[in-house]
Design a protein around this ligand. Structure first.
Ligand SMILES: C/C(=N\O)c1ccc(O)cc1O
Length: 333
């Protein structure tokens, strides 16, 4: 049957350690299956990347090995951890931690838009995850609702980013090699790093703006228009809408969204990357100076620390919440 057929083509050591079952997600480069570690019955996700999906062997190896290198290097509560890696003639198998809540994409699709406090809690965790990646010289480059996973079906839950095969590690080595050549043709920004770190990082800020727009509004800011002809003019392609940074906050969907939340979206969806709000600036934006939300996020991200604090000094942990609140007030004034 289907299962035995899937089992038979798996690398032996993968099959010995894990029992693969139903498909739980699909990506551009393959599929994700629910699996059980045979020795512990622990649930995991196994991402199967089809080698032939990449145009040439070169990119396949580079993409997958880049992804593996990246996945093994990172360690943050809001980034999916790699547990194991196998490969066969035709595929790569990446064993990842399972997120029971599935993709954010499905939650937004079924719920239409998220309540603002939920969108804020998720967005704050995404910002911290991307801030960590950037701090390690990694650009995600493929942030979208399918790559944002939820730890449970509860609104208040941990959020993790996944799908690193589009990421690019800003290897200093690459830049050094570039600078060894004849510099006469190199653009100034190559020297000022704007071409690799400055400019590159801003792409993730844009994507987070699109993600926040979808969470708050329940529809994407840049999309194909259903009626091709609008007021006699050709409807703009998605590409043109993006290049012009043209989006509309439809009143029926956005009337209940706070001005501060709208301001975060507007400052991220700025066409000029040098004028776009950075991740750091977003973390300092008034909308996110919300100690209650931040404490919820920290309890989700560092449950042991929070529990230990509660147990050791119940008063202290309450005080730290109040203190975080006072600091936020000071910052805001
Ligand atoms: C890629 C992945 N985890 O790492 C995953 C993908 C889809 C899904 O429904 C649940 C999941 O845990």
């Amino acid at each position: 049957d289907l299962m035995s057929d899937v089992q038979s083509t798996l690398p032996k050591d993968l099959n010995d350690k894990y029992l693969l079952t139903r498909r739980i997600g699909t990506g551009v480069c393959g599929e994700v299956r629910l699996a059980f570690e045979r020795s512990t019955c622990k649930k995991v996700a196994v991402k199967i990347i089809n080698k032939k999906n990449f145009q040439s062997e070169g990119t396949a190896t580079r993409n997958a090995t880049t992804e593996i290198e990246i996945l093994q290097r990172i360690d943050h509560p809001c980034l999916i951890k790699t547990l194991d890696f196998y490969q066969s003639e035709e595929s790569y198998y990446i064993v990842l931690e399972l997120m029971e809540g599935g993709e954010l994409f499905n939650k937004v699709k079924s719920q239409q838009q998220l309540q603002e406090p939920v969108a804020k809690l998720y967005f704050y965790q995404m910002l911290l995850a991307v801030q960590y990646l950037h701090g390690n010289g990694i650009i995600h480059r493929d942030l979208k609702p399918e790559n944002v996973l939820l730890s449970s079906s509860e609104d208040v839950c941990l959020v993790k980013l996944t799908d690193f095969n589009q990421s690019r590690i800003l290897e200093e080595a690459v830049l050094m090699r570039t600078l060894c050549g004849t510099p006469s043709y190199l653009a100034p920004e190559v020297f000022t790093h704007a071409s690799t770190t400055g400019y590159g990082l801003a792409v993730d800020a844009w994507s987070l703006g699109v993600l926040l727009f979808v969470c708050l509004g329940g529809y994407p800011p840049f999309h194909e228009t259903f009626c091709r002809q609008q007021k006699g003019r050709e409807a703009e392609s998605v590409r043109d809408q993006i290049i012009r940074g043209e989006f509309t906050m439809v009143q029926s969907k956005w009337r209940h969204v706070s001005d501060q939340a709208k301001d975060v979206v507007r400052r991220l969806l700025v066409v000029d990357p040098t004028h776009r709000m950075s991740i750091q600036e977003a973390l300092q934006h008034p909308w996110l100076q919300d100690p209650e939300m931040q404490n919820k996020a920290h309890k989700l991200m560092y449950p042991d620390t929070a529990a230990a604090m509660e147990e050791a000094e119940p008063e202290a942990s309450a005080a730290s919440t109040r203190k975080r609140g006072r600091r936020a007030d000071e910052d805001a004034t």
